[in-house]
Design a binder for this molecule. Structure first.
Ligand SMILES: [Zn+2]
Length: 308
């Protein structure tokens, strides 16, 4: 959905309510008392659903990312549009300005809630097939730097470690015979350290055990061969354009540019949140203006109930 279509479809609060109600009725409404999906009646005057079995009431926002938020649906919908409108993303100040929010914290929390949803959506999938893995070292803001921005340069030695993995399918051009790789989904997670334990937790949570994994020869990867179908150790390939770790290294360069260009410096506490947005958009790079619809679905998906 582009901005013109958005203005046409969602001019006010009522149009957003109708859309959200329709979507929730189509996907089913979960009743917490019955612990399941049940037939529900809509009460238009008070704007809630009522379970036909136990009479428990469920609000329009309940179970979605908007639950317990005082912001209007129209603000939420516009926020989803802004978050899906650009590849690179907005700074929080720009986001606050565009939405006309009085407080910076409101804009900050809103962005982070949406980024959390982006992360949860991507956590539903594992990478599979041929997968590249490496770590990125990104500069992070430290407390001292936040307190005294002038000292930013001096304190910038500290870096956060990010685990980066990419699906990477070998391709051969039938005409030229030129070999390359096609990238699929990506995963990016903050890694406390590069120890066997940390890397193995990431691989377990992110990569299908039937995959073929490509990494460099870091000793922390010694047990990875037991976690996947095949573990192939290759030379680190920052120099060669079509190396075995080309896609993770391309993603790492883009990530660093993105973090520096828009957010300048991110504290480690919030880094995962930015990674969620970066990976979500990277994984849906061909969606174009359908990204709003995908992000809307991700935002109203009842993650908590599904994992119970
Ligand atoms: Zn019920």
């Amino acid at each position: 959905m582009n901005i013109i279509e958005f203005i046409t479809h969602f001019p006010d609060e009522e149009s957003c309510e109708i859309y959200l109600k329709g979507h929730r009725e189509t996907t089913g409404i979960y009743c917490k008392t019955c612990s399941g999906f049940s037939k529900q009646y809509w009460f238009s005057a008070s704007k809630f659903f009522e379970c036909s079995k136990c009479r428990r009431r469920t609000s329009l926002k309940a179970g979605t990312v908007m639950e317990s938020s005082n912001l209007s649906l129209h603000t939420w919908f516009t926020a989803l549009l802004l978050m899906s409108a650009t590849k690179k993303g907005f700074s929080c100040l720009e986001f606050q300005r565009q939405l006309g929010l009085k407080r910076y914290e409101t804009a900050f929390n809103l962005m982070h809630k949406i980024r959390t949803v982006m992360g949860k959506r991507d956590d539903l999938y594992l990478l599979n097939g041929m997968v590249e893995y490496d770590e990125a070292y990104v500069e992070k803001a430290t407390k001292r730097m936040v307190q005294d921005r002038l000292k930013r340069g001096k304190g910038s030695q500290k870096q956060a470690i990010v685990a980066v993995a990419s699906e990477s399918t070998p391709l051969e051009d039938p005409l030229s015979g030129k070999k390359g790789r096609h990238c699929g989904f990506f995963k990016l997670k903050v890694l406390g350290d590069v120890t066997r334990e940390s890397v193995e937790v990431f691989v377990k949570e992110s990569i299908d055990p039937k995959s073929v994994l490509f990494t460099d020869k870091n000793p922390a990867y010694v047990n990875l061969e037991k976690m996947v179908e095949n573990h192939i150790k290759v030379k680190s390939s920052y120099e060669s354009a079509n190396g075995d770790l080309n896609w993770v290294h391309t993603a790492i360069s883009n990530l660093k540019r993105n973090l520096l260009g828009i957010y300048h410096m991110v504290s480690e506490k919030h880094l995962q949140s930015y990674l969620n947005e970066f990976a979500y958009k990277l994984n849906r790079r061909y969606f174009g203006d359908k990204l709003f619809d995908r992000l809307f679905i991700a935002s109203v998906y009842p993650y908590v109930q599904h994992s119970e």
